[in-house]
Design a protein around this ligand. Structure first.
Ligand code: F0G
Length: 459
């Protein structure tokens, strides 16, 4: 029998030129960008692993759908197609289209949040937390213990700690819990999966206390892959059936279609509660657009309807999860400290362990991100004290819990040789660890500093 080899299950029909810069050019580009990768121009980047969000390649089917997009203001064909696809997938009665995930978050958490409410999650994504806190409510993360240990293998390292959930409900009172939000996969830690057993247990607890249960479902297809291959009882089910089962455990969901919708823009809020849906729809019409397009063009909705079908294709998911694991396994084999096991959409590197000689005040994650760019034009994202660190009243850094760098992998965009190039770059960086210095901040805005901060190298 042949050993099964995973290949990219697509041929390339349209190519987008990558400009291959020289070392000297990149040194200039990075200096001009004040050593902040968000300030680079995309043409200055060779392999862009900043995010997997909105960066997918669409299929020929989706591009064909773009031409069929119906741009009618009300009741467009493309909307009806998208709505029926989402109803079938989620089982929810009311679907509200939005221009991306955070717009749906704003609609929902602004309605059900507010002073005195708490929201509990395996881990709130930043925009989820920001929307909840903006409403005056509090966001609490309770991932399982294994999530805190870099090297510990757990098949479902994205799970929520249900013991802590029950304790928190008791402590705050069920009437003060705005919602329990399960993020699938859990973005933090690289898209670690959540088991069906965990989702079911949370659903039962929420039902028993009359608490709303919301799925943040932007990577639900990737999550379904892990359930089929790691959780007992799911081997014979299709990926779509697994996702459908999980959706039906919740009272509603938010999805940024920029991930598993395989599109560049779009999202939705899906609910079963008529009253709440009417309230959210009113704000949708005021802030996003009419109820049958939200913030989307007809062509966007057509592409989402198709993308939500394609993403459950077994060959696609096999390629997707295996190619993320390929990068993770190869980095681990050459001694790069990564969060283990690899998740669905990204690999997280522990920069503090990679550069132990750089103090957290000099941002080892930023140093690694800059080295990756200088060496090979690879752009990634620091997720450490630049992003989450704060300064105390004396200007001293209160560091983030970990100094991580995220390599997020766009869907259907890079081939195995691009990924081998990333691995080779790490092999070189590994040899040169000792000569790398940290960075200091020369300018920072008062809020969300990582996007626009400026740095200089510490010599
Ligand atoms: N929820 C999760 C789990 C996310 O990862 C994101 C976006 C959102 C919600 C918000 O969706 O961007 O469409 O408004 N994550 C991107 C990332 C930005 O890079 O991880 P959005």
């Amino acid at each position: 029998m042949h050993q099964k080899i995973t290949i990219e299950p697509f041929r390339i029909k349209v190519v987008e030129q990558i400009r291959l810069s020289s070392d000297d050019e990149r040194r200039d580009f990075l200096e001009k960008a004040h050593y902040n990768l968000f300030l680079l121009h995309s043409d200055e980047v060779i392999i862009d692993l900043l995010t997997d969000s909105g960066t997918s390649a669409m299929s020929a089917e989706q591009w064909g759908g773009i031409m069929r997009g119906d741009e009618s203001y009300a009741g467009a064909r493309s909307w009806l197609r998208m709505e029926s696809e989402i109803k079938d997938l989620t089982g929810c009665a009311f679907i509200l289209p939005t221009h991306q995930g955070r717009a749906a978050e704003h609609l929902l958490y602004n309605r059900i949040g507010g002073q005195g409410k708490v929201f509990i999650s395996n881990t709130h994504f930043d925009t989820t937390r920001a929307n909840i806190e903006f409403s005056g409510a509090t966001a609490i993360d309770i991932p399982i213990e294994a999530a805190h240990h870099r090297d510990e293998y757990d098949p479902f390292k994205g799970n929520l700690d249900t013991k802590k959930l029950e304790a928190l409900i008791k402590q705050h009172g069920p009437e003060n819990v705005g919602a329990v939000i399960l993020t699938v996969t859990n973005n933090t830690g690289g898209g670690q999966p959540v088991s069906m057993g965990n989702a079911r247990a949370i659903s039962d607890i929420c039902k028993a206390h009359g608490i709303r249960f919301i799925l943040d479902a932007c990577r639900i297809a990737e999550n379904a892959y892990f359930i089929k291959h790691r959780e007992k009882g799911y081997q014979a089910k299709s990926y779509r059936e697994i996702a459908q089962e999980m959706f039906r455990l919740a009272d509603g969901c938010i999805m940024s279609a920029k991930k598993d919708g395989l599109v560049n823009m779009g999202g939705f809020l899906a609910l079963n509660d008529l009253d709440l849906a009417v309230q959210c729809r009113t704000v949708l019409i005021i802030t996003e657009g009419y109820a049958t397009y939200g913030g989307l063009s007809g062509r966007d909705m057509e592409a989402i309807a198709i993308g939500l079908k394609e993403v459950f294709d077994p060959d696609y998911l096999e390629y997707r999860i295996k190619s993320t694991a390929y990068l993770g396994q190869h980095l681990r084999d050459i001694g790069v400290p990564i969060i283990w096991p690899p998740g669905g959409h990204a690999i997280y590197i522990d920069a503090k362990a990679f550069y132990p000689h750089i103090p957290v005040e000099e941002f080892p994650g930023q140093a690694l991100a800059c080295e990756l760019y200088l060496k090979a034009g690879i752009r990634c994202c620091e997720i450490g004290s630049v992003m989450f660190g704060k300064n105390d009243e004396n200007g001293k850094l209160i560091p983030a819990a970990m100094e991580l760098v995220r390599l997020a992998i766009p869907r259907r965009v890079y081939t195995q040789s691009h990924i081998d190039y990333v691995v080779e770059t790490f092999r070189e960086l590994e040899q040169e660890r000792d000569r790398v210095h940290g960075y200091r901040i020369t300018y920072e805005p008062p809020f969300l500093r990582h996007f626009t901060a400026r740095f200089e190298p510490v010599s």
